[in-house]
Design a protein around this ligand. Structure first.
Ligand SMILES: O=P(O)(O)OC[C@H]1O[C@H](OP(=O)(O)OP(=O)(O)O)[C@H](O)[C@@H]1O
Ligand SMILES: NC(=O)CC[C@H](N)C(=O)O
Ligand SMILES: [Mg+2]
Length: 538
């Protein structure tokens, strides 16, 4: 999962970078590996800063002061294709046609054929293993086809319509055309979120400022109102003078990823009309029923409910209230350690669970504890915390998960490429409990999870639930695809090496990238689209 953001001030001489940076820090939970901002100055020149690292590390006052202009786009990255190499930090840039910068949340599933098309037909060079760079070049190729000296909104809609015909998978994107404006679009199934908001421009001006962001929390925090989701298959183009939007894709089932509500999004965001907070409360309520049923069946009782900070807190509190059990913060979180699930490599994830959470003996000793988490994916967190709970004297440790067992790969922008890494893959509930060391594991049922989200927006009739069911809404994901993906991106093969896009970059490509990556600015003078501190931090 990544975070994307676009901002256009009515005043072209405004300083968009500082507010983009603020917005990216509100999306940090969506990606911790790399981040970047590109702005466009009043004369149509781009200014870029991107690097591996968190927002607070990459953007200091100095870096921000070099990002000139009243519009820009930003990205926080959680790599799910290619590698975590700094050359794949976003936004990406191509100079032709018109000068485009681009940022993407999601994952393509037909990269192999798109790469072939790029090479044989479009003759465009893809310099990294990132599917987002590929997507940008498909966009550029479609724009190029208009053959215009100056383009207009019609041309852009046509180009994005063409892109949507060609690209399969999940993509919520923001783009910026030099001197023109900002654009957002969302794949035909609307798997990944992106929305827009506006506010009155500052100063005596009568115009408006516009924002695109992955989550509504960015709009709330920055004083933007009228939040609206970009619709599946829709493109929105914003210039200083107009907002134009159009559905450009062929109709397809709307299927937002339900895992956004389970784990990814911030609770204070509203995605596709559903408050993430309310949906998590409902998940807790529904899970309480299942917990009661399973405890009764096993003649077990529980003394205390303990959440796994942070994400499960909301659901755990509701569950405890529903079961009239005490709720205690038995695990204290080190606030300086980020999310562990989105860290690269199993070793790092395991180490960081211990760094992040500490069990307070007084809440565990001699008690039957019910630990509530939002999800159990690889089992990294649960294995560690169950051991911690036992080490401080818990009598019995029962684990309840707000999500059903995750048994299948994710191909749409969550780094779960390999089924064998998933603790629930080919295991029943009893053997999952045994593997993570729990006395009992209780999972939410899929119908209950869906109902927890859907009750807040019944017009959503379908969700992407592929990690629970193995059914992929886009089609095009078969056993051969999944096996190849597993080979390319199995854990620890993707942590640092700059290859691995589906379709495969070879060793020659890899060393070429490394050579380029270390050689400094790719183009332009140092104060323009070149790289300010891209190489400094990685
Ligand atoms: O079974 P696993 O592979 O460990 O993955 C699941 C765990 O990872 C996530 O927590 P994370 O630490 O990423 O973030 P959080 O602080 O928002 O809960 C999620 O909330 C679960 O706790
Ligand atoms: N998780 C994401 O949205 C990542 C976007 C893109 N696939 C990348 O790896 O950079
Ligand atoms: Mg967690």
């Amino acid at each position: 999962m990544c975070g994307i953001l676009g901002l256009l001030y009515h005043d072209p001489n405004g300083d968009a970078a500082a507010e983009i940076c603020e917005g990216l820090s509100l999306l940090q939970h969506r990606g911790q590996d790399a981040c970047g901002i590109v702005t466009c100055g009043p004369k149509g020149r781009f200014y870029q800063c991107k690097a591996n690292g968190m927002v607070r590390d990459v953007f200091d006052t100095n870096a921000l002061s070099t990002l000139i202009g009243g519009m820009g786009i930003g990205h926080v990255r959680y790599p799910t294709a290619g590698s975590s190499h700094h050359a794949e930090a976003q936004p990406f840039y191509v100079n032709s046609p018109y000068g485009i910068v681009f940022a993407h949340n999601g994952n393509l599933i037909n990269t192999a054929s798109l790469l072939q098309f790029m090479d044989a037909t479009a003759h465009r060079h893809i310099n990294t293993s990132s599917d987002s760079e590929l997507l940008l070049n498909i966009f550029a190729d479609n724009l190029q086809k208009t053959g215009k000296f100056r383009i207009n909104e019609e041309d852009i809609f046509t180009a994005i319509g063409g892109l949507m015909e060609q690209c399969k998978g999940a993509y919520a994107c923001v783009a910026m055309l030099a001197g023109f404006g900002i654009i957002a679009f969302r794949d035909p199934n609307g798997i990944r979120p992106v929305g827009m908001a506006s506010r009155k421009a500052q100063g005596p001006d009568t115009g408006r400022d516009y924002l695109f962001a992955s989550e509504s929390v960015v709009a709330d925090a920055s004083g933007f109102g009228d939040w609206e989701d970009v619709k599946p298959g829709e493109a929105v183009i914003i210039t200083r003078n107009s907002v134009t939007r159009r559905i450009v894709a062929q109709p397809a089932p709307f299927a937002p990823d339900i895992f956004e509500y389970v784990y990814f999004a911030r609770p204070d965001s509203v995605l596709d009309g559903v408050s993430v907070y309310r949906s998590r409360m409902a998940m807790g309520d529904a899970l309480a029923e299942e917990v009661k049923r399973v405890l009764d069946e096993n003649s077990l009782s529980v003394d205390v409910v303990i959440p796994v900070p942070d994400t499960s807190r909301v659901a755990a509190l509701n569950l405890a209230q529903k079961l009239q059990l005490p709720y205690r913060e038995g695990f204290i979180k080190n606030r300086y350690v980020g999310r562990t699930f989105i860290m690269p490599g199993q070793q790092m994830r395991r180490k960081n669970v211990r760094r992040k959470l500490n069990a307070m003996a007084l809440e565990f000793a001699n008690k039957n504890v019910l630990i509530v988490d939002d999800s159990i994916v690889r089992g990294t967190t649960s294995k560690e915390i169950i051991q911690m709970a036992k080490d401080v004297g818990a009598k019995k440790v029962i684990v309840a998960s707000c999500a059903p067992p995750i048994r299948y790969s994710n191909v749409y922008g969550i780094d779960m490429p390999s089924r064998s890494e998933l603790v629930a893959h080919n295991r029943d509930t009893a053997s999952i409990a045994q593997t993570i060391g729990a006395d009992l594991v209780i999972f939410q049922t899929l119908p209950d999870l869906i109902a927890s989200v859907r009750q807040f927006n019944p017009s959503i009739t379908k969700f992407d639930c592929s990690v629970f069911t193995g059914e992929y809404v886009t089609g095009g994901v078969d056993e051969e695809y999944l096996s190849r993906l597993e080979k390319i991106r199995a854990d620890n093969t993707n942590a640092v090496r700059p290859n691995g896009i589906a379709g495969g970059a070879d060793v020659v490509q890899e060393s070429r990238e490394l050579a380029l990556g270390c050689s400094g600015p790719m183009n332009g003078a140092d104060d323009t689209i070149g790289l300010h501190n891209s190489w400094k931090l990685s």
